[in-house]
Design a protein around this ligand. Structure first.
Ligand SMILES: CC(C)(COP(=O)(O)OP(=O)(O)OC[C@H]1O[C@@H](n2cnc3c(N)ncnc32)[C@H](O)[C@@H]1OP(=O)(O)O)[C@@H](O)C(=O)NCCC(=O)NCCS
Length: 256
């Protein structure tokens, strides 16, 4: 069965694996508003259909979008009034932080790294006001917890993480950087998902399991065993498929 993750996982406060890396800050909506002031937010990359969800959460949080930067056609942002091409966009003209939307972990990471390479600051995490999150939640910058999610106590989410609509994360969940959780997925308590892994829509991961870095869990699967790094697993019970995750439909530029 491989390793059994200890409760927590990023640093000393969460229990095991102490000192692995700097913990993300405890989330508080006041921090988000304090950092943003009355200013807005830059949407950097608007090709993903998911960008409309980021717009909705930004709206529900009472924030505004100051620029929507199109890096590759088509632009799928709802409000096209702030749309700029990458050539038209001058980061020096904006003081606002940015977020990047894409369901595939590798695409979101690429966008975030491109934005940071242009000198922009990644925004604090966006947590939809309809999500229910524990007071103890730690979550890194550039992450989104979308509408209707529930995040259990003592959970730690990294940077650039996406938790899509109505997903449920149990207590002591650890999601490393750039993880994507599909809509309606359920992670039971004390699961640890490695960097850049994807859990498909409606999948279930049973308690105390580790999903390896870069792994892909197909939609609707029921995961009963640890998943190795870079594996694609599917079905109930989930079994390993020969296909490499990075050659799946997730790698389609318009893929979801
Ligand atoms: C896992 C996934 C990425 C694979 O996509 P793909 O590249 O089209 O892969 P394939 O269709 O070639 O499937 C590979 C294998 O996995 C199986 N498989 C794929 N998805 C499956 C699923 N949901 N349940 C059971 N088996 C599945 C296929 O039958 C195939 O099995 P085989 O090799 O035994 O024939 C995709 O099926 C998936 O589940 N995506 C979820 C995306 C999602 O949740 N998005 C949310 C956006 S908000």
């Amino acid at each position: 069965m491989g390793i059994r993750p200890e409760l927590g996982g990023w640093g000393s406060e969460g229990g095991g694996q102490a000192g692995l890396r700097k913990e993300p800050p405890v989330y508080h909506v006041d921090r988000l508003h304090a950092l943003l002031g009355s200013a807005g937010m830059i949407l950097f990359g608007v090709r993903s259909p998911l960008v409309v969800e980021y717009e909705e959460t930004i709206h529900r949080l009472g924030l505004t979008i100051s620029a929507a930067v199109s890096i590759a056609e088509p632009a799928r942002v709802q409000d096209r009034s702030k749309l700029l091409t990458l050539d038209e966009f001058d980061p020096a003209a904006f003081s606002d932080p940015f977020v990047s939307a894409a369901f595939a972990p590798a695409r979101r990471r690429t966008l975030i790294e491109l934005g940071e390479a242009r000198g922009m600051t990644l925004a604090p995490a966006l947590i939809d006001p309809t999500a229910v999150t524990a007071r103890s939640l730690r979550v890194g910058d550039g992450s989104l917890i979308n509408a209707g999610c529930v995040v259990g106590a003592m959970s730690i989410l990294g940077r650039g993480v996406l938790v899509n609509r109505a997903a449920s994360l149990g207590h002591h969940t650890v999601l490393d950087d750039y993880v994507s959780i599909g809509p309606g997925a359920t992670l039971a308590g004390n699961t640890h998902v490695g960097t850049g892994a994807m859990i498909g829509a409606g999948a279930t991961v049973l308690p105390n399991l580790r999903v390896g870095a870069g792994a892909v869990i197909a939609g609707g699967s029921v995961v009963r065993r640890h998943v190795p790094d870079g594996a694609l697993v599917a079905g109930n019970p989930a079994v390993r498929k020969r296909k490499a995750p990075m050659r799946s439909t997730l790698d389609d530029p318009d893929g979801e």
